[in-house]
Ligand binder design. Structure first.
Ligand code: 5GP
Ligand code: ZN
Length: 123
C-alpha cells in the first residue's frame, strides 16, 4: 500500500488538482474519476475528499457519501456503457488488495468472459 503522507498522496494531489484526472463527479465529501488502469471500459474510482486510509478510518458520513456517489456513478456508467453487470470493490490493507492508501471504491463494468477475477470464490 502507498502510505505517503497526505501532501504526497496521489488521490489527495488529484483532489487538489495538482495532478490531472478525468473527473466524473465531485461533491463536498467525495470525488469520482476514471481509474488510470481501466480494468474494463468505464472503470471509475470513488474516493473521499479528505485523506483517510481505509474503511475504518473514514467517518460513517464519509462511508455513506462514498456509497451515494458510487450509486450515482453506477447509474451513469449503466446509461453510458450498458454493461450486463457491475462489480463494486473496496480494498483495505495490502493483504486486502489495496495499493493506494487513500480510501476509495471501484465501480467496474462487467461483461461475459471479461476474464476478471472480481467475484467471491465459489465452487
Ligand atoms: P486499489 O488497488 O488500491 O484498490 O486501487 C488503486 C487504483 O488506483 C488502481 O486501480 C490504479 O489503477 C488507480 N490509480 C493509481 N494511480 C492513479 C492515478 O494517478 N490516477 C488515477 N486516475 N488512478 C490511479
Ligand atoms: Zn490521500
Amino acid at each position: 500500500v502507498d502510505t505517503s503522507p497526505p501532501g504526497e498522496c496521489i488521490f489527495c494531489r488529484l483532489a487538489a488538482r495538482e495532478i490531472p484526472a478525468a473527473l466524473v463527479f465531485e461533491d463536498d465529501q467525495t470525488l469520482a474519476f476514471m481509474d488510470i488502469g481501466q480494468v474494463t471500459p468505464g472503470h471509475v474510482l470513488v474516493a473521499t475528499r479528505r485523506h483517510a486510509a481505509t474503511l475504518t478510518d473514514v467517518t460513517p458520513e464519509e462511508a455513506a457519501a462514498v456509497m451515494q456517489t458510487a450509486h450515482r456513478v453506477a447509474r451513469a456508467v449503466q446509461a453510458a456503457f450498458d454493461p450486463p453487470g457491475l462489480t463494486l470493490l473496496q480494498a483495505n490493507g495490502a493483504v486486502g488488495g489495496q495499493t493506494v492508501g487513500h480510501f476509495h471504491m471501484h465501480v467496474v463494468p462487467r461483461h461475459a468472459d471479461d476474464g476478471i477475477a472480481l467475484t467471491w470464490p465459489r465452487k
